[in-house]
Design a protein. Structure first.
Length: 202
């Protein structure tokens, strides 16, 4: 959803639960509106269903773009959100529940140059710490995907920080944090990692 508003109060993301013959379905509305232009990307549910993480992209007065990762509790009627990290995007939950990976350290060109791991702590939404698990200058990441078991990540880098740009790929082992470049005979477009982390489509 992309909205452009001026002079309006914040309208926070909300969740609507709908009963179907099979289950109760929760719909997350991308409705975070600020003065200026903003777009929400995601959202992604935690495996235990307690939290939703999403990326907010905000147009600046100078015409640039800022990105931040937020958390929201879908059962909190107040719609309170928690900012996890500025200059961040692409949140992915690990299968153990509340642990979250995301890209960070977005530079002025729009590239991300680090991967963070959010470890929860405390009783309130978003309490805990963000640990930098990969931080390399000029990493130039434009995308990140995680296998369903959380053991492998797909790192997508490029020379252009724009949607649809050709990408170079690496596998990243989340345990030993080693990176392995994939030789695919050149750049690829729209890569997609299978849930088990063993098959790549592009």
């Amino acid at each position: 959803m992309y909205e452009c508003t001026r002079g309006r109060r914040n309208v926070l993301p909300w969740v609507q639960r709908i009963k179907t013959p099979f289950a109760t379905v929760a719909l997350v509305a991308s409705a975070l509106l600020l003065s200026g232009c903003q777009e929400l990307s995601g959202p992604v549910w935690s495996p235990d269903g307690q939290f939703v993480a999403y990326t907010a992209y905000t147009r600046t007065a100078a015409g640039g773009l800022e990105s931040s990762v937020y958390l929201v509790d879908p059962d909190d009627e107040s719609g309170e959100t928690k900012l996890l990290e500025k200059d961040a995007a692409f949140p992915h939950w690990t299968p153990d529940g509340p642990t979250l990976y995301f890209l960070g350290r977005r530079d002025k060109q729009g590239f991300y140059n680090a991967i963070f791991l959010h470890k929860p702590g405390g009783l309130k939404l978003g309490e805990g710490q963000n640990e930098s698990v990969l931080d390399i200058p000029n990493l130039k990441l434009v995308g990140f995907q995680l296998s369903s078991d959380g053991s492998a990540g797909l790192l997508c880098s490029s020379n252009e920080a724009r949607p649809g740009a050709p990408q170079r790929l690496e596998f990243w082992n989340t345990h030993d944090r080693q990176r392995n470049k994939l030789d695919l005979g050149g750049d690829v477009y729209s890569p997609c990692l299978s849930p088990n982390g063993r098959v790549l489509a592009y």
